[in-house]
Structure formats: C-alpha cells, structure tokens
Design a protein around this ligand. Structure first.
Ligand SMILES: [Zn+2]
Length: 252
C-alpha cells in the first residue's frame, strides 16, 4: 500500500503478470483482479514502455474532455438511426442488455424536461485556449504550470456545457451533456452571444425546446473501471416531426 502512494498518473507504469480476469458485477464488465499468482513490477524496463506512455497521455481523462471529444465529430449524427426509448438506453447501460462494447449510439424521441438556460445551473464552462484544460474558478488561470495560459491573463474561452434531462413514456435519462459546437447548433446561438442575452431572452430560447418532442441523438459511454459514471453525450437535437415520431416511436 505504501508503494501505491508513489505511483503517479501517466508517469508510473505497472507490468502485471498473471492477473485474474473476472466479470465485475458492479461495473458490469470484465475487470482485472489480483490473486496469489499475480506479479506486479513497477516501471519495468521494456522497449514498448515509451510508446505506451505516450499513447496513454493522448487519451482524454476528464469526463468533460471525453464528452467534448465524443460530441466533436467522432460519430456523424446522421448515421445515428437506431431508435431507442429511455428504458432501452438504460437497459443497455445498466440493466440486462449490457453488451461488451463500452459505447453505443441511440436516437431517442423524447421531451427535454430539464434545460435550465435561465436558471442557476451551469451553462457555460471555461477552458484554457492553449491546452484546452478546464478552468473552474472564475478569473483563474490555467492550472497547468508548464502551459503558456498559466501566466497569461485572458487565456480562457467559454464553451457551452449544458446538462439536460430527457424523458419519454418509459422514463427519464438524467444528466445528458450538450456541449460546445453541438449546443451552439441546437440553440442557433454562439457562446459569446448567449452570455450577453438577458434572462427573458434565455427563457424564450429555452421554451423553444422545452416540452416539445425532440429527436435526440446521443452517444452513450458506459461506466467502467476508469470512469465512474455513464456519459450521455448529445450530438444532435431537433424538434421532431409528429408524423415521424408516430412512425418510429417504440412502445417499450
Ligand atoms: Zn493551459
């Protein structure tokens, strides 16, 4: 246990030999477990090490980075045509229909039941313009010491970071994320314009969507050993044509 205190994320490498591979009921996926035969070597000297570390550094670790990378073009929204109800999405993330892949896409005909554009919820987040790192505190600088944004003032930019709940006749999917360019497209409004809007204008914008049935296209990334919650990233959202809803809506 004392050794683990020295381990640094993205610095320390562990070579794990003879680990047990088992199904973890909590994460609902295959996980590695340690048993008596397992040997763990810290920072082994093997040729693949540098390549592996460099690759690991390119993988987004913060949830918001994952959401942003999902919503910015990894999947073309027009290819998402598998219609699912909220219950079906929940079953495939948490319930009986969980599959091997950690990610799937769905088109859900649902009503936005939380779209708090004019309330106290966070709508706009800020990140460093140099390294894209999230900056949470107001008027703060980039938290990374080696980044140019750490010393420069005004090295932050806003981006939409909206939490949305969607509901249909089978249930509610809470905490879906609508970020960046997707939100700008849906709202037909960029961040700079949005922050200048009055509360009344924001309310008006909200009611364009609230309580109307929308075709919500999303990418679901399931909870895993490295990600503690499921991520529902909205990649497209448009008011749906009632005829289309009637034709495609599923009872279950
Ligand atoms: Zn930075």
């Amino acid at each position: 246990i004392r050794w683990t205190e020295q381990w640094l994320p993205l610095k320390t490498t562990l070579l794990i030999v003879d680990a047990r591979v088992e199904f973890n009921a909590y994460y609902k996926t295959i996980c590695l477990a340690v048993d008596r035969k397992t040997i763990i070597t810290q920072d082994p000297i093997v040729p693949q090490l540098t390549k592996l570390l460099n690759h690991a550094k390119t993988i987004p670790t913060q949830d918001i980075d994952v959401v942003c990378s999902l919503s910015s073009g990894s999947v073309d929204p027009s290819t998402i045509n598998t219609v699912m109800t909220v219950q079906q999405i929940l079953d495939r993330t948490e319930g009986d229909l969980v599959q091997e892949e950690d990610q799937f896409t769905a088109c859900c005909y649902a009503v936005l039941t939380r779209f708090d554009l004019d309330g106290s919820s966070r709508i706009v987040s800020e990140r460093c313009v140099h390294c894209r790192m999230l900056v949470r505190e107001p008027n703060a600088r980039c938290p990374k010491y080696e980044c140019p944004g750490h010393t420069a003032a005004n090295a932050r930019e806003g981006f939409f970071d909206i939490t949305v709940d969607i509901s249909d006749h089978t249930g509610t999917l809470t905490g879906c994320r609508m970020v960046g360019q997707v939100a700008e497209t849906v709202l037909n409004c960029d961040v700079t314009t949005f922050v200048r809007l009055t509360d009344a204008q924001r309310t008006q914008l909200k009611w364009k969507y609230l309580l109307d049935r929308c075709a919500v296209r999303l990418i679901v990334k399931r909870r895993s050993a490295v990600r503690f919650q499921n991520l529902y990233s909205i990649v497209d959202c448009a008011i749906a044509d009632p005829a289309e809803v009637e034709a495609k809506l599923k009872v279950y």
